[in-house]
Ligand binder design. Structure first.
Ligand code: ZN
Ligand code: FE
Length: 255
């Protein structure tokens, strides 16, 4: 039985996610920007909390942890590589390690680039990946600690997951990302229609996440280094894909 996913808006533009295994009643939360909305959702559903899965060390993904644990004791899981700057971990993981939410087995993917030590969690039986600030809806995280090559390699690992994978990312940046994406691929009809759908969702206050990997592959400029229009826009018709990515990312930084 697939994990039940609940999207929880936090702070001004962050998301936390609950992942609940209905077979065993086990529940995890992915990232804790603040405790209040997560506690409220757990209480409303009558769920206890078993696991906290952290993606990376930035404050807007961990700040609510101690307050949440005070009401909902749980085991804290995160990257071994980042243990020195994450809150205390009960379980420290590296790439290819696994973590279970009840019967559902998750695989750890190193997606360094935004930070070094950023991990994603992929649950293949449920077709869901928690990507936080690596692959985002129509975007990707800013490269603070890694370099473009590293970030590109991380994104390609995620791009290789099954196209029907649900991508649960960390922020509501999609509308701005869409405006930028349209400067890179103004002729992409899938992007044009997705951009309209994003505007409509935001006008009604609905989250634009999670998204499907297939949508990202068709519209996210950071996954589309090989698209002729992307290459033409950045003036790199024959460059390696990672170099095209680096130029698209550079333009987004200045957008
Ligand atoms: Zn971050
Ligand atoms: Fe963030």
């Amino acid at each position: 039985m697939a994990l039940e996913i609940v999207t929880i808006p936090c702070l001004s533009d962050n998301y936390a996610y609950l992942a609940h295994d209905p077979a065993t009643g086990t529940t995890a939360v992915v990232d804790v920007p603040e405790a209040g909305p997560i506690s409220a959702e757990l209480t409303r559903r009558g769920w206890s909390l078993d696991l906290v899965l952290l993606t990376h060390h930035h404050w807007d993904h961990v700040d609510g942890l101690s307050a949440l644990l005070a009401d909902f004791p749980a085991k804290v899981v995160g990257a071994a590589a980042d243990a020195h700057r994450l809150p205390p971990l009960d379980i420290a993981l590296a790439e290819r390690d696994t973590i279970r939410i009840g019967d559902e087995v998750g695989h750890v993917i190193d997606v360094s680039g935004h930070t070094i030590g950023h991990i994603a969690y992929h649950f293949p039986a449920s077709n869901v990946a928690f990507t936080a600030d690596s692959l985002m809806a129509l975007g990707c995280g800013r490269i603070f600690e890694g370099d473009p090559e590293m970030m590109y390699e991380s994104l390609m690992k995620l791009a290789a997951l099954p196209p029907d994978t649900l991508i649960c990312s960390g922020h509501e940046y999609t509308q701005t990302n869409a405006k930028f994406a349209l400067t890179i691929e103004p002729g992409n009809s899938d992007l044009i229609s997705r951009s309209r759908a994003v505007d409509a969702a935001r006008a009604e206050g609905r989250p634009t996440v999670p998204s499907l990997l297939s949508e990202e592959l068709a519209t996210n400029p950071f996954l589309r280094s090989d698209a002729p229009e992307v290459r033409a826009t950045v003036g790199l018709p024959d460059a390696p894909a990672a170099q095209v990515f680096a130029e698209v990312r550079r333009r987004k930084d200045n957008f």
